[in-house]
Ligand binder design. Structure first.
Ligand code: FAD
Ligand code: SIN
Length: 524
């Protein structure tokens, strides 16, 4: 079954929906999303979105904080652009119906998170992402030019390769004409053609055993683009959030926002001692890479699987008002955060790398843009500053939309694009082959390619993942397409890319910490 649109958007988080709302003013848009429209990393965001709002904050301060956090690997031009465009994107979100908390005098209630030198995080209680997702999903559902296909899984992007044409891998030489998409409710594969495609598939958290990301975050966009010979970069920079609630068996791990530390909560070890000042003068509010490594070290020393976050000294009413969702969640497992310390441990949270794009969100593949967590824009460098990712998604979706609107009318979709061919395939005999390989992949990545790495660990991970890669490719060739099989294939490819990038980086920098290359002037 073939369908044609002007714009295809893969993913329904902040990046996908904001791009769709803009380009829908000029053409027909199809959004495909593999689960419900609201099942996105965006929906889970707690702390908020960073933007300079009032003095004494300034663009220069936000730029400096971002550059320091990125450990020398940010693209300064991109950092300046994103920081300076932030207030416009915030105004637009508000115009679309997003609410941010204000104080009694009507000003925005700005929170602080790790690595920020000022209070600059706009938020809606501790459920900012859910509020953004609510407002944008509503807007999109009301737009006459937008068709949303839920439970539709993009398998691969369509390029000249599918027309049987061999194309060399030069910038812009390969062209994207849309994607093959599995309708998960009915089992058929659609050919969705478009003049322009946006990849907005979000993160990769499920590569790891413990993650704050929902099950949808399996790095599909990155794997699709890599298979289509696009450029993927900075994959070694995986951010572990220091404070996910330690609640064994719960997946995804529930996040305890960094804004709680910004509000005064303190990390303590098993003996009840504040330990962060041993590692960094900024204490519990040091950048995430430092805090996550410090917690990892403390856990290894004590032999326990968690440390504590102590908010007992904070006024109970204020805690409840600012963090109602976290308060309730903790209560539901028997922890009253005004009286008890909260057990926390690091969890895979965010990927700084991804599909390489330019300042307008263009990937190396012509007619294919990428925005949001799946893209690597140069903003984050070796480590992302808290609450800069929602901002990055909004800014790059906007720039990609402007660029796509300027060019889409020039593009033709070629005739003769074949339907998906699944001749000779059958349902996999044993589901356990897929689920077990997925668990093995997550175990390998969590054991050898997590917060602290070494050459030997990376080498072992590479050997193990190569084996799973070969088994998975074999299974893929002879099996009927299913979402879980494609996700396994993508997780394994993304794991391979993380390991390869980590092996190539012969230094410890930002989120990539390799004990064989001790960092200069660092205490952890
Ligand atoms: P997402 O919102 O993840 O959307 C991706 C979409 O792609 C989903 O709809 C998914 O179903 C779809 N998709 C994926 N693969 C396919 C496929 N093959 N076919 C079809 N659809 C597909 N950032 C901040 O700036 N501030 C915060 O406070 C903050 N808090 C966070 C808290 C948590 C618990 C988490 C997990 C993340 C947080 N982040 C935060 C990070 C931020 O939420 C994400 O980076 C951002 O929302 C990503 O938006 P996105 O649009 O790129 O992707
Ligand atoms: C948090 O609220 O701690 C998450 C913020 C982020 O990931 O940017």
């Amino acid at each position: 079954m073939e369908e044609k649109f002007d714009f295809l958007v893969i993913g329904s988080g902040l990046a996908g929906l904001s791009f769709a709302l803009k380009v829908a003013e000029k053409g027909k848009v199809c959004i495909v999303t593999k689960s419900k429209i609201t099942e996105t990393n965006t929906s889970y965001a707690q702390g908020g979105i960073a933007s300079v709002t009032y003095e004494p904050d300034s663009f220069e301060k936000h730029i400096q904080d971002t550059l320091i956090c990125g450990d020398g690997l940010c693209n300064p031009q991109v950092v300046r652009m994103v920081v300076e465009e932030a207030p416009q994107r915030i105004r637009e979100l508000i115009d679309w119906g997003v609410k941010f908390d204000t104080t009694e005098d009507g000003h925005f209630d700005l929170a602080r998170e790790g690595g920020h030198s000022e209070n600059r995080i706009l938020h809606y209680k501790d459920i900012t992402g859910a509020e953004i997702q609510r407002a944008l999903s509503k807007k999109v559902s009301e737009h006459p030019n937008i068709t949303v296909y839920e439970n539709h899984f993009a398998i691969d992007i369509i390029t000249q390769h599918h027309l049987g044409v061999l194309v060399k891998r030069y910038y812009n030489n390969i062209e994207c004409y849309g994607a093959y998409v599995l309708d998960c409710d009915h089992g058929n594969i659609k050919t969705i053609l478009a003049k322009v495609t946006l990849m907005a598939t979000g993160g990769i958290g499920n590569v790891y055993h413990t993650t704050t990301n929902p099950p949808t975050a399996t790095g599909d966009g990155i794997a699709m683009v890599y298979r289509a010979k696009g450029i993927v970069e900075d994959m070694e920079f995986v951010q572990f959030h220091p404070t996910a609630l330690y609640n064994p068996g719960e997946r995804p791990s529930f996040l305890i926002t960094e804004a709680l530390r910004g509000f005064g909560a303190i990390l303590r070890n098993q003996n009840g001692e504040e330990f962060m000042h041993k590692y960094d003068p900024r204490g519990s509010l040091a950048p995430r890479d430092i805090v996550a490594r410090a917690i990892d070290t403390e856990m290894k020393h004590s032999g326990h699987d968690y440390v504590f976050l102590d908010a007992r000294h904070i006024d109970k009413k204020a805690l409840f008002e600012h963090f109602p969702n976290i308060y309730q969640k903790c209560l539901s497992i028997g922890i009253d955060m005004s009286k008890d310390m909260i057990p926390v441990a690091p969890a895979a949270h965010y990927l700084c790398g991804g599909i390489k794009v330019d300042i307008n969100g263009r990937s190396w593949i012509n007619r294919l843009y990428a925005a949001g967590e799946t893209a690597c824009t140069g903003l984050h460098g070796a480590n992302r500053l808290a609450s800069n990712s929602l901002l990055e998604a909004a800014v790059f979706a906007h720039r990609a939309a402007i660029d796509a609107i300027a060019h889409f009318y020039e593009y033709q979709i070629p005739n003769g694009i074949p339907a998906w061919n699944d001749e000779g395939t059958s349902n996999p005999e044993e589901m356990i082959l897929i689920t077990q390989s997925m668990k093995e992949t997550q175990q390998i990545m969590s054991s050898y390619v997590a917060i602290v790495r070494s050459n030997l660990r990376l080498q072992r991970a590479a050997q193990r993942i190569n084996l799973i890669y070969e088994e998975t490719e074999e299974l893929y060739k002879r099996s009927k397409i299913s979402r879980i099989l494609c996700e396994l294939r993508n997780l394994v490819e993304v794991s391979y890319l993380i390991i390869k990038s980590a092996q190539q980086r012969k230094q410890s920098i930002g989120l990539h910490y390799n004990v064989d290359y001790p960092p200069k002037n660092k205490t952890t």
